[in-house]
Design a protein around this ligand. Structure first.
Ligand code: ATP
Ligand code: MG
Length: 297
């Protein structure tokens, strides 16, 4: 019997729903029991380990699990932490995903006058990412004091614990609600899939390759649209040129019509309203933009 492939995903938090959804879209069937650490897939030799996101890079680095889905921010922080401790921190980053977008930024209270990063010289900065913060400040040659907090970093300045913060931001609404403003982006992050460097059996590696090829297909499909429209033959070329990332569209005749054709195209981007309006201005009609569920080859 071959050993089951172990994949670590976030138990509950910003990445958990999308991580589970991605695996389901790849054809992995499982049911999650909130109380359980492990979820067994019914149709493939795969086990999902549901853990705190902070634990995922370490579990992969130590070869406890084969794959992990985690934010690049958490991965990079753990790599720097291990380098500091002189421990091995190797993983293979298989690919970036299309969710979990955020940035690690420096932010200061609204009343703070910020010029550049040197405005922070000697100040206290609260963060859950001490290693990423240290790397940034060392590169700039700025000394500071760090105040390490696992959570509620954004309230530290108001609570008198710090002068500024280094925290994750996506919209900036949390910063604003706490009377802070963003001054410097120090790391941009997305979720990613990482693999352990521990040698895998051929069967396991084949399963990893299969899952990753499906992940590519799911993400390509999510980024693409299927476009159908009717176009006058005289503006055909201009219309095709307007379709974003659509190479070699299919052009089909329309019943009983000689001066109009149907165009079918797969576009690698969404088709925005402005482009649809430009297409209509060129005489295009019956424009349909449809989501694609799966793509391969
Ligand atoms: P856990 O209990 O698993 O440790 P957590 O509280 O550390 O959870 P979440 O807030 O769920 O983590 O965030 C998980 C990841 O989601 C982050 O590490 C980051 O990669 C990503 N993320 C995307 N947008 C944001 C955001 N606005 N704030 C925080 N994290 C974000
Ligand atoms: Mg965490």
């Amino acid at each position: 019997m071959t050993a089951r492939l172990r994949i670590a995903i976030q138990k509950s938090g910003r990445l958990s729903t999308e991580s589970q959804q991605l695996l389901k879209s790849c054809g992995v069937k499982f049911n999650v029991n909130e109380q359980r650490l492990i979820a067994h897939a019914d149709n493939m030799p795969i086990d999902l380990l549901r853990v705190r996101d902070d634990d995922i890079p370490g579990l992969v680095m130590d070869g406890v699990v084969d794959l992990g889905i985690v934010g690049e921010n958490v991965l990079e922080e753990e790599q720097l932490e291990r380098e500091c401790l002189g421990k091995t921190a190797e993983v293979l980053k298989l690919r970036q995903l299309d969710f979990g977008s955020c940035r690690l930024s420096l932010a200061v209270p609204t009343e703070f006058i910020y010029g550049d990063a040197s405005s922070l010289e000697g100040l206290r900065i609260a963060t859950s990412y001490p290693n990423l913060l240290r790397r940034f400040m060392q590169n700039k040659g700025i000394s500071y004091q760090d105040c390490q907090l696992k959570g509620s970093v954004e309230v530290a300045p108001r609570a008198g614990l710090a002068d500024g913060i280094c925290d994750l931001v996506s919209t900036g609404a949390t910063l604003e609600a706490n009377g802070l403003y963003e001054t410097e982006v120090i790391f941009r992050s997305m979720a990613c899939v990482i693999q352990s460097t521990t040698a895998q059996s051929d069967a396991k590696q084949a399963l990893i390759n299969k899952i990753m090829s499906r992940v590519n297909g799911v993400i390509r499909a999510r980024e693409s649209k299927y476009i159908l429209l009717h176009a006058p033959t005289e503006t055909l070329e201009q219309i095709v040129a307007l379709l974003p990332g659509a190479e070699n569209p299919t052009v089909l005749p329309l019943n009983d019509e000689t001066n109009r054709v149907a165009i079918h195209a797969v576009s690698t981007e969404d088709l925005f309203w402005d482009t649809m309006e430009e297409l209509t201005a060129l005489g295009a009609s019956s424009i349909l933009v449809m989501p694609i569920e799966k793509m391969m080859g």
